[in-house]
Structure formats: C-alpha cells, structure tokens
Design a protein around this ligand. Structure first.
Ligand code: DWN
Ligand code: ZN
Length: 405
C-alpha cells in the first residue's frame, strides 16, 4: 500500500492492468531477458481526488538519452503548440522583457515560437537527446528534472518567470509537491503557470484506458489540480478544454489572489461532480468497461487472424504498450506496427515483442486491417492514408468502442 503522492492519504488501489513494461522501452531481442516489468495498478485518492498509478519505474528508466518520443512526429501537434504559444503571448505576456520557462520542453516545438521572436526563454528537459534537438531549433534548454532546487537555480541566474508552461509533462512527474514548490519559487508575482494534460473526465467518458502507462503517473481533473497546487499557495484561475491527445484540459494557475478566477473553473468542478469523478463507483464501472473493451478487441483481431487476414498496427505509441500488454496481443495477432519515429523502427514493442517497421513498410504492402493506435491523431492520419482505405484496407478502432470500418 502506498500513500497519495499529493496529500499522503492511504490509497486504495482499484484496478490492476497486470504486469507492464516501460511504455517507450522499445527493444531488441538480445535485451528481452533483462526487460523490466512492474505491476500497473491504479488508485484514486478519496481525499484530494488524484487518480494515480500505484507503482512506477524509476524516472531514469523512462527518461534518458534514448527517450523515444519526439513531439515533432505530429504536424497537428506542432500547429497546436504554435496556437498555444500565441494564446499565452496574447493573454499573459504583457511584462517588459518577459521570461518564459517550459517544463519538459522536449524537442522545442513549443518554445521555438517564443525563441524566434527573441524572447527570453528556457526549456528544462531531462532527456538529453530531445533537448539537443531543441537546440537545433534555436531553443535554449537545460538538461535537468524540474523541481524546487532547479527552480531556485533558474531564478538566481535569470530572474522570475512571467509564464511557466508545460504540455503533457506534469502528469509524468511523481514528485508533484516538488514541482508545485518549484513553480511557487520561480513564478513572478503576477506570473502564471499554464499546462495541459490528458483529462480524467475524457478518459472516463471514452474508456481510453490506454492513457494509463508508466509515464502518466497522474491523470488530472480540475479538482485534483486545484487540490495539488492549492497546497503551495497557487490557485486555479482558468480551465480550457482541448481536443489534443483524445481530450485534454489546459489549466491556468496563479498565486492566490493575484489573478481573477474565471467562472469556467466552478462550472467544470460542477461537471466533474456530476460525472462522479469523486466517487469510487465511477472507477468500478470504468474497470468493467475496460475489460469489455479488451475482450472485444482480442476477439475481433483473433477472428480476423483465424480467417487468414493480415493485421498490422498503426503507430507504436506509448498508449499501445498498455493496450497490447493488457490485451495480451503479440506478433501472432499483429504482424508489425508502422511508425514514423526512426529510433523506434526495427525494434520490438515493449513486453509483446511485435516488430516496429518504418511507414514505408506499411505503404509497400498494405495489410488487410490496421489497428489505429494513434487514435488521438485520427484526423491527420485519415488525411494521409486515403490510399490504404482505397485499396480495401480497414481500420480497427478501440476508442471509445471496438469497431472495424
Ligand atoms: O504524454 C505523452 C504524449 C504527449 O506523447 C508522452 N508520454 C508520450 C507520447 O505519447 P504517445 O506515444 O502515445 O504519443 P502519440 O503522439 O499519440 O504517438 C506518437 C507516435 O505515433 C510516434 O511514435 C509517431 C507515431 N505516429 C505515426 O507513426 N504516424 C504518429 C502519427 C501522427 C502518424 O501519422
Ligand atoms: Zn490525495
């Protein structure tokens, strides 16, 4: 039993997805024997409302010089970050000589929007390989985990931050109290902390259990964000739903009393109460829906395979590691997974050891069916893959329900 990472209350685990490998731990056969597994059990804190994974691998197992995810693999996400940056600039950057800090700046897809206007900026990014890529785009990055100590160092060297940004990163950091303390340390008096992450309400609604994997130690709601950061003198002042990553939420926090609180905050809290995000029964129902979804996906793929059909996967996402391992799908079910990230190509999927192939492999001999693992990028993928459907190929989707079309 562990205690809530936010408030220390004893957690009651409610659902185990079984043994899981590291979601981005793509590997070669010579490393199968030392592959790392942990039990992916989830819990909900009855006190602060934080949804979290009970046990996770050490951060160094997940974020290192060979980290496999690069933000720029999705053109839609690059466009999204340009809009995100423009909105932040127009809404919050009215100070003279503002200073923008991004936590988990990855390959610089967000910060380059500030860097190219000559604005003072700094990315704090623990994975050296993606940080090096950001430098190639004119983005200054320090290779470090963000926390109170890093924040103190940045403030001493470069002064307080007008805006601290993050996208799809805060939910990756188990030491959330240290993050919040760091933000409280670094933020200017009227500064804002703006971040967006996959949203718990969307995950429950869509049964998108594949958002749960080692890197996503938390799945946030407005209630849990308010509670987690409120302990450090920060206040939730706005919330803005986003379509990215299958349903995300943008949260804006400021020092208590420094900014006006939008009515959107109380409205969203009421919606969350109505959806039952604070009740244990909601998660029991979710568990049953995950099991049904799993059984339907396995049945669909195995029926097709029994009929001699070729089934491939589309995009070796982190999310696919949860789906494949939870469903027990391997290379006999899914022949290969097509992926555009060079570092993943010609490796094998974590835990299930399905070959990952370049997109050219997919294009050069279409399978009969493709499982859409990057369902969150559906619009972009459908726009690019008209030829697959035109040649008779069909998509297998599993969010919110299993379907073949
Ligand atoms: O939070 C996180 C989000 C932001 O990104 C991280 N923990 C890791 C990562 O999650 P993911 O791997 O599930 O992300 P995506 O963006 O759903 O998938 C990216 C993968 O999909 C890359 O390996 C590239 C691949 N891909 C592809 O092969 N063809 C993606 C697209 C859009 C495509 O057309
Ligand atoms: Zn708690």
């Amino acid at each position: 039993m562990i205690d809530c990472r936010v408030c220390g209350t004893a957690l009651k685990p409610f659902m185990s997805f079984g043994n899981m490998p590291v979601a981005n731990g793509f590997l070669l056969p010579e490393n199968y024997s030392d592959e790392y597994f942990y039990e992916m059990a989830t819990a909900f804190c009855p006190e602060c409302g934080m949804f979290q994974i009970v046990e996770i691998p050490a951060p160094e197992q997940m974020f290192h010089e060979n980290y496999a995810f690069f933000t720029r693999t999705s053109r839609a996400m690059v466009a999204h970050f340009a809009e995100y940056a423009a909105w932040v600039r127009d809404t919050y950057l009215d100070a003279d000589d503002p200073f923008v800090v991004e936590i988990g700046s990855n390959d610089g897809a967000m910060l380059e929007n500030f860097a190219k206007t000559g604005m003072r900026h700094l990315g704090v990014e623990p994975s050296a390989n993606v940080a090096a890529e950001s430098e190639r785009h004119g983005v200054k990055a320090m290779v470090a985990f963000f926390g109170a100590e890093t924040a103190r160092r940045v403030r001493e060297e470069q002064g307080p931050a007008s805006v601290i940004l993050a996208a799809n990163v805060i939910c990756h950091i188990p030491t959330i109290n240290d993050i919040a303390a760091g933000i409280a340390e670094l933020l200017d008096e009227r500064g804002v902390f703006v971040f967006e992450e996959p949203y718990l309400g969307a995950m429950i609604e869509k049964c998108s259990y594949d958002q749960i994997y080692d890197e996503h130690v938390f799945i946030f709601s407005a209630r849990s964000v308010q509670n987690a950061f409120g302990r450090h003198g920060l206040e939730l002042v706005n919330v803005l739903p986003q379509k990215t990553h299958g349903g995300s939420m943008r949260y804006v926090l400021a020092r208590k009393g420094a900014r006006e609180v939008s009515p959107a905050v109380a409205e969203l809290l009421a919606v969350e109460d109505g959806q039952g995000l604070g009740r244990a029964e909601t998660y029991e129902v979710f568990r049953g829906r995950c099991e049904e979804n799993r059984d339907a996906l396995v049945r669909t793929i195995r029926d097709l395979r029994a009929g001699g059909k070729r089934v491939a996967g589309y995009a070796a996402t982190s999310k696919s590691t949860t789906v494949l391992n939870y469903c027990g799908l391997g290379p006999d079910d899914i022949e290969f997974i097509s992926d555009t990230t060079p570092i993943k190509q010609n490796t094998f999927t974590p835990g299930t050891h399905i070959p990952v192939k370049a997109h050219e492999h997919f294009k050069s001999g279409y399978p009969d069916y493709a499982v859409l693992f990057a369902w969150n990028h559906e619009a972009e993928i459908m726009a690019n893959e008209g030829e697959f459907a035109a040649s008779g190929g069909k998509w297998i989707r599993f969010v919110p329900k299993v379907s073949v079309t």
